[in-house]
Structures are given as structure tokens and as C-alpha cells.
Write a protein that binds this ligand. Structure first.
Ligand code: BGC
Length: 810
């Protein structure tokens, strides 16, 4: 069952019923000001940091769900309704919500009155714009009252939701005609405030929540709206809100538009005040002036649309399969940009109050957006590397605002160092910019410890010189990619953190997954050494990699698949000798991606085992059989009920690893089959089962051992976005950056007979036409570049070529 449809011509998903199984959201903003917006107008806004600088209040985990947002109450002839249906839930005559790239449009109607709300964050500004248009489609005049509503958050979202003894006293606002200023804590240490304005004369305003709603009432039936008259009350403490009342008289066929702006304003310390306790509003006035007509708002909207069209034009696909095209051209790349902006901070499942930027998460996210915004990727790499310790290990997380490592979670996740190589190598392959390796980058954010980035990568790799276990495999530390495989934790006390309990450096527990990474990213590091003239070092690195390869194919091989790990007692995890958790997905994907066992036939065996033991109709589960009881020696992984999250859920993030692995051994049909199973566009028809947005990947889909098999959770902020885009763009469609140029080597299903990929790469535009009339799954028979035949699959890079025509025959 579906709740809408894709409109590819506009790059939108059109939701046609407000009653989606879960709130289906979108993100506004791509620089510093961000908003979450759901298909009923729910969500909230923040500046840079969802925890520390939150403008509006949202109620997570509330009933009914999706509580609070930017709301417009329209009162027409005694009937009150909202264009987004919530919060009044008045049945609408028509409703649609179009989630587009950086904007959302509601179009609804009730009793011959049509309303549309266009919500977006303009490029280059720190505000959300809501353009509201009303049109009288009836045959008599209409006298309409409009009430807008937002609820301010007192900036620090954690404090706002907990420290009531203080914060019910601190709320303050200032008012001007058509403008409400939220200035809580501005009197003391803050030098920022929020501004909420509308570009039309208002009939009144409200700024105190309880006055607007009425005691014991909710946004679903505000007293002020019921009475039809704003109170002009100035909030003093309690919960400040922003609400305007506007009155419109519309003749048949007539329409009217208003522009509402919610903005973040920061003043230099010395320019904070106009007079005692009167805030300096100059910058706010300037902001409101920029959008004080519908024309100006429309121009800003157009600029936003152009921005996205340009950005996503860097990799485009034309082929017969519409679903594939819409994911590649629009939604997957869009989600990569969202994960760039949000990391794992603010979604409808990540409260924006918790973790900051993950070292591992951000390094992987980079793989998905580096071709879109290489300059920002460069900056991000430097930020990440700056939180690395001198021995190559790293803070697991850092704060986006301060960019310093987060002491609470600390270090000891032994996969982290290798992800830095992964991200940097992807950046250099994309851009050819080797100069990044010479950048001086601090260790532990201490400038005095700065060393060139290349030294950081060296220490990442060499970290394992002293971090190998009894089987010569890499030590796992606190955990590897799988945060929930805690082999050195042994927690038996409720509430203890699985991530920080126990020693961070167990000398025994080993990870075959990290060993696979060591081979893959060790080789990529050696490539960088060779390209920078460090041939001796490259040789040493390759020798160490070869030893690890040997350890993986011996101690790390279980007969039919790769072992997952060895625990702190050196017992295997993910082996046929285990009672539960006999086979895990991660090492099968990572080891084969690293090329391990391809020649020996182990790779194919491992992937066949995945198909036989882990595959389901909705995707590949993380392990089998699931853990039925808590294992002290394994930690959090066994804390989840069977079928959820890391305990045999379909963890979407590592499904593409298996798909990529299939392309390594040339099985295009299988690679694509895996790709489609978790791909939102292909699961749109089962939205009632899947429940999450059909245009964004979720972190997890409940596995076959769960009661709700097929139900997705944690949509949007997941490394799945980056890895599925890497998979489909570089491995299935096969257009892959290389240090020396661009590789064209598709591994596609035999049903794709023809496709054209347009790829911007280091200033050139490659138009790559692939002819697969032969119905092959892998293998380029012949390739011409601007009419000249070349050997192999690598198009050597030459600068300033403009458009390069590539014809490839499979
Ligand atoms: C974390 C990742 C981790 C994954 C698997 C996610 O929630 O953000 O860092 O790799 O879970 O445990």
C-alpha cells in the first residue's frame, strides 16, 4: 500500500494522505540554519547545533505523534483547519504534501478555500520562510481568520526539557507590529535571539502559550482560535510562543499570500543593545526586509531550486528503470547531503540532544557526498583528523559547534583510525588533490601537536602494529563498526553504558571485520604512498597487509564463511561452532570488498553462505541465528530482542557491502537484487509494512526473527545513504574515481541493456554511454574515449577536456 507517489519531473515525493504510518519528514536548510518538517507541518528549527541552539520546541515520543511544528490555523465560516491537517486534524477536502529538495509544499482545501504553504530555508540566510497562500474557490465572499503558531525553545534543548525550576522564569520576548522577538537569556550571556515576523498588517498577536491555548488545552484546539481574537499578551516567563492573527476578505477567485519568517540573529557583543533591555534589531529588520514581498520570497525559492539542480547534476543516470534513476539522480544523493549536514544528530529518531559527530560515521558519510561538495569534504576530513590521538586512535565522537573530541564516550573503537584513510583516499581519488596530505592537522585538537595529514594516516595504519591479538588479527578494542559487539565490556549492571564499560584495550579480543578493513584501506594507504614517492613505505605497508591477509584466510576463515571475531577468551564469534550468531554479515562484505579470498574461491563461498543463511525478502539480516539470551561476553548485541537492530535486524548500512562484494566477483544480477531489497523506491508499494519514508533509507528494517518483520526504523541519518550511493554509482553502474582517472566498469543485471551516465569529475564532464545489448553482467569488451579506443577500464585523467564522450560496450 502507498500513501503517495514520486513526481520525478519536480524531484518531489507527493504524499496524498496526512495519515502516514509514521511522520514522513524532510529537511530544510543546507548551510547553518536547519529545520525538520513532517508531512503534517511538524518539526523544529535550529542553528548549527540541534542541542545548543534550538529555536523551536518539539515533543519527542509524545502522543499523538509528531507534536509541535509551524502551524497555520485557518478559520473560515466557523470551521478551523490546518493545511497540514495537524494539529486540529479537521478532515480536509483535499490534501497533499510535496517533499522536495530543501523545501516542502502543502496544498490543501476545505469548503472551497484552498491553502498552500511553501516552507524552505533560503540559501545564504539563517531563517525558515513559510509562504502561505489562500484562494477563494467558492462563489461568495469569504471572511477568513488566520492564526499562525510556533513554540520557542529556550535554546539549550536538554535544559529546555529538564530544568523547569529555572526555565519557567526566564522566557522573554519583545514585540513590534508584525514581529515577535524571542530573547530568552539575551539579557545575560547570549548574543543571539530569534525573530518571527510576517509581511502584512496583523490583527493581533500572542506570545504566551497558556494564554493562546487555554489551560489544559493543546494546539489541537487553542482557545484564542476558538474565540477568534488574539490577546496581544506579552509573555513573561513560562513558555513563549509566536502567533499572529491576520484577517483576509476574499472575493470569489481572489487570492492572498503572506510571507512568515522565523530567523536566527546574532549580534556582536558590543552591539547587543539599543537601550537598556531593548535588543538591537537592526539585523532582524534587514532579514525581514529581504523577504517582505512574495516576489522576494519566490526569488529566494527559485535560487534554492537552482542550487539543488546544479548540485545533483554532478552524477546523473538515464536508463529504462525509473526507480533506479530516481534513487541515483535524486533521493540517494539528497540523503547523502542530509547526513553530511546532520551526521547522527537530529531526525525523528535522533533527538538532537545526544551524540555529536561520529569519527567513523562522518568518515563514511563522506564517501557519499565527496563528489558533490569536495571543498566541504576537505574541511570535514581536517576536522575529523584533528580529533585523532597521537597514537592513531581517535575520539569516537566530537561536537559540531566546538569541533573538539567528546570525552564522555572517549576512544577505543578500533575501526575508527582506518575510516580516516577511507575518507581521505576517497577525497583524493575524487579531486586529485594530494595537497591535502601536506595540511598541518592537530592531534587531539592541540595546535602544538600538528603534523601533516599524511602523518595522521600513517599513524592510523601503524596503530595496529601494537594492536594485534593471538591470531595476528586486529584487536577490536571497545567495538568495531558494530557498536554493539562489546567483547571487552562484561557489563552486568543495568544502565551501564555498553560503549564505555570495561577496558578499551583488551589484549585478546580480535575483529576479523577490522582485519578486512586493514587489508582494504591498508592497500589504499599504500597507493597514496606510491603516488607521493614513498615507495619503501608502500612496500612495508603491503607486506603487513599480506600478513593480515594470511591471518584472515586462516584464523579468520570458518570453512564456509569468514569468522566475525574472537572474544576475550579467544573463542570464535560468528562461527559454525557457536550455538547462536554463527554467521555475521560484516566480515563477508568487508573481506570480499578488500579482495580477500577472491582468487582462492573463498569469496564466492562466503557470499553464497550469506545468500543461504542471511538473506530474506526485505534484505540481508546482520546475523543468524539471533541471540536468544544475554551474553555477558558479547555485550549489547545480545541485549536486543531477536530480529531488531544489531541482533539479526536488516541493518541497511552493510547490505551494500554485500552488494559491492558481489560486483567484485562479477555477479551483477545478485548485486542488483540485493540493492533493490532495501532501496526505498522499490519498497514504496509496501509502505504499510515498511512504514518509514519511501524516499529515504532507514538504518534498520526488522529481521525475520522479529514480530514486525519488514518494518523500518531510524530513517534518514544512517551510513546507509553513503554506502548505497557508493555501491550503485561506483560498483553497480561502475563509474569509479581512481587516483589516476575514472574507471568505467559496470556490474549490472543482464536486464539493463543500455544506460548513460553523466559524471562531473575534476572539472571535466564525462558522458558515458554503456551498451549492454549482449545482456552481460560484467566486463567491458571495448571502450572509446572521444572516439579513440583505450585499453582496459581506466580513463586516464587529463585536465581541461570539457565534455568527454565515452562509449563502452559490454
Ligand atoms: C552508529 C554506527 C554504527 C552502527 C552499527 C549506528 O547507530 O551510528 O557508528 O556503526 O550503528 O552499530
Amino acid at each position: 500500500m502507498k500513501y503517495g507517489h514520486f513526481d520525478d519531473s519536480k524531484k518531489e515525493y507527493v504524499i496524498t494522505s496526512p495519515k502516514t504510518p509514521l511522520p514522513w519528514i524532510n529537511y530544510l536548510g543546507c548551510e547553518s540554519f536547519f529545520s525538520l518538517i513532517s508531512n503534517t507541518g511538524g518539526g523544529y528549527s535550529f542553528y548549527k547545533d540541534a542541542k545548543l541552539l534550538r529555536l523551536t520546541r518539539y515533543r519527542y515520543n509524545n502522543v499523538p505523534y509528531d507534536n509541535n511544528g509551524r502551524y497555520f490555523y485557518i478559520k473560515d465560516n466557523g470551521v478551523t483547519w490546518n493545511p497540514g491537517w495537524q494539529p486540529t486534524q479537521t478532515e480536509l477536502d483535499s490534501y497533499s504534501c510535496r517533499h522536495g529538495l530543501g523545501y516542502t509544499i502543502f496544498e490543501s482545501s476545505k469548503n472551497d478555500l484552498a491553502a498552500s504553504v511553501t516552507a524552505f530555508v533560503p540559501i545564504g540566510d539563517n531563517c525558515e520562510i513559510n509562504k502561505l497562500t489562500l484562494k477563494n474557490n467558492g462563489s461568495s465572499d469569504k471572511n477568513i481568520d488566520i492564526f499562525s503558531y510556533i513554540e520557542f525553545c529556550l535554546w539549550n534543548a536538554v535544559d529546555d526539557a529538564s530544568n523547569f525550576q529555572r526555565n519557567l522564569n526566564t522566557g522573554e520576548v519583545e514585540i513590534e507590529p508584525g514581529v515577535i522577538y524571542h530573547k530568552t537569556e539575551y539579557r545575560e550571556r547570549r548574543n543571539h535571539y530569534a525573530v518571527y515576523g510576517v509581511n502584512a498588517p496583523v490583527a493581533g498577536f500572542d506570545t504566551d502559550r497558556e494564554t493562546f491555548l487555554g489551560a489544559y488545552r493543546s494546539p489541537s484546539d487553542p482557545e484564542v482560535v476558538e474565540k477568534g481574537a488574539a490577546t496581544n499578551k506579552v509573555a513573561s516567563g513560562w513558555s513563549p510562543i509566536g502567533s499572529f492573527q491576520l484577517k483576509a476578505t476574499l472575493k470569489p477567485g481572489e487570492e492572498v499570500s503572506y510571507v512568515f519568517v522565523l530567523g536566527y540573529i546574532e549580534n556582536p557583543k558590543e552591539e547587543k543593545w539599543e537601550a537598556l533591555n531593548v535588543i538591537n534589531k537592526k539585523r532582524a529588520h534587514e532579514m525581514l526586509e529581504r523577504y517582505n514581498t512574495t516576489e522576494k520570497a519566490d526569488v529566494a525559492f527559485k535560487a534554492l531550486c537552482d542550487y539543488w539542480t546544479n548540485l545533483l547534476g554532478k552524477y546523473t543516470l538515464e536508463t529504462e528503470d525509473d526507480k533506479l534513476c530516481r534513487m541515483v539522480n535524486i533521493w540517494n544523493q539528497y540523503q547523502c547531503m542530509v547526513t553530511f549536514n546532520m551526521s547522527r544528530s537530529a531526525s525523528y529518531y535522533e533527538s538532537g540532544m545526544g551524540r555529536g559527530m561520529g569519527f567513523r560515521d562522518s568518515s563514511q558519510d563522506l564517501l557519499g557526498f565527496v563528489h558533490l561538495i569536495p571543498d566541504k569534504a576537505r574541511e570535514r576530513i581536517i576536522d575529523i583528523a584533528s580529533t585523532q590521538f597521537e597514537d592513531g586512535s581517535a575520539y569516537h565522537q566530537y561536537q559540531p559547534l566546538t569541533k573538539t573530541g567528546n570525552m564522555d564516550i572517549g576512544s577505543g573503537f578500533n575501526d575508527d583510525p582506518l575510516w580516516l584513510i577511507a575518507g581521505t583516499s576517497a577525497y583524493i581519488r575524487e579531486t586529485g588533490d594530494f595537497s591535502i596530505l601536506d595540511e598541518m592537522v592537530p592531534f587531539d585538537n592541540k595546535v602544538e601537536l600538528a603534523k601533516p595529514l599524511m602523518e595522521h594516516l600513517r599513524r592510523s595504519f601503524n596503530f595496529f602494529d601494537n594492536a594485534k591479538g593471538p591470531h595476528k588479527l586486529t584487536l577490536i578494542g571497545r567495538a568495531d563498526w558494530n557498536d554493539c559487539l562489546n567483547l571487552n565490556c562484561f557489563s552486568d549492571t543495568p544502565g551501564e553504558s555498553f560503549q564505555t564499560t570495561g577496558p578499551s584495550e583488551g589484549p585478546v579480543a580480535e575483529s576479523v571485520f577490522i582485519a578486512g578493513m586493514y587489508v582494504k584501506y591498508g592497500n589504499e594507504y599504500a597507493d597514496l604512498c606510491e603516488h607521493t614517492g614513498l615507495n619503501d613505505e608502500a612496500k612495508e605497508v603491503r607486506a603487513k597487509v599480506a600478513e593480515m591477509y594470511k591471518a584472515v584466510t586462516t584464523a579468520g576463515w570458518d570453512g564456509e564463511w569468514f569468522v566475525r571475531a574472537y572474544d576475550a577468551n579467544s573463542n570464535p564469534v560468528g562461527s559454525k561452532v557457536c550455538e547462536e550468531g554463527q554467521i555475521f554479515i560484516e566480515p563477508q562484505g568487508m573481506c570480499v570488498m578488500a579482495g580477500i579470498g577472491v582468487e582462492e574461491g573463498l569469496a564466492q563461498k562466503a557470499l553464497d553462505s550469506v545468500k543461504e543463511r542471511l538473506d530474506t525478502k526485505y534484505g540481508i539480516v546482520l546475523l543468524q541465528p539471533p541471540y536468544q539470551r544475554y551474553h555477558l561476553e558479547l555485550g549489547e548485541i545480545s541485549s536486543y530482542p531477536p530480529g531488531y537492530k544489531e541482533n539479526a535486524g536488516i541493518f541497511c548500512h552493510n547490505n551494500p557491502w554485500i552488494s559491492i562484494a558481489e560486483t567484485v566477483i562479477g555477479r551483477g544480477n545478485r548485486a542488483f537484487e540485493i540493492y533493490k531489497k532495501t532501496c526505498p523506491a522499490y519498497t514504496e508499494d509496501i509502505s504499510d509494512i515498511h512504514r518509514a519514508e519511501p524516499y529515504a533509507y532507514a538504518q534498520m528494517i526488522a529481521g525475520k526473527d522479529a514480530a514486525n518483520f519488514g518494518e523500518a526504523k531510524n530513517s534518514w541519518l544512517t551510513g546507509t545513504a553513503a554506502w548505497t550511493f557508493t555501491n550503485v554509482s561506483q560498483h553497480i553502474l561502475g563509474v569509479r574515481p581512481h587516483l589516476d582517472g575514472l574507471i568505467v566498469d559496470p556490474c549490472i543485471p543482464d536486464t539493463i541493456k543500455e544506460m548513460t551516465i553523466t559524471r562531473h569529475f575534476r572539472g571535466n564532464i564525462y558522458k558515458i554511454h554503456v551498451n549492454n545489448a549482449a545482456g552481460s553482467q560484467k566486463g567491458i569488451k571495448k571502450m572509446t574515449v572521444n572516439g579513440k579506443e583505450i585499453e582496459g577500464t581506466l580513463i586516464p585523467f587529463e585536465a581541461n577536456q570539457g565534455t568527454v564522450e565515452v562509449e563502452a560496450v559490454m
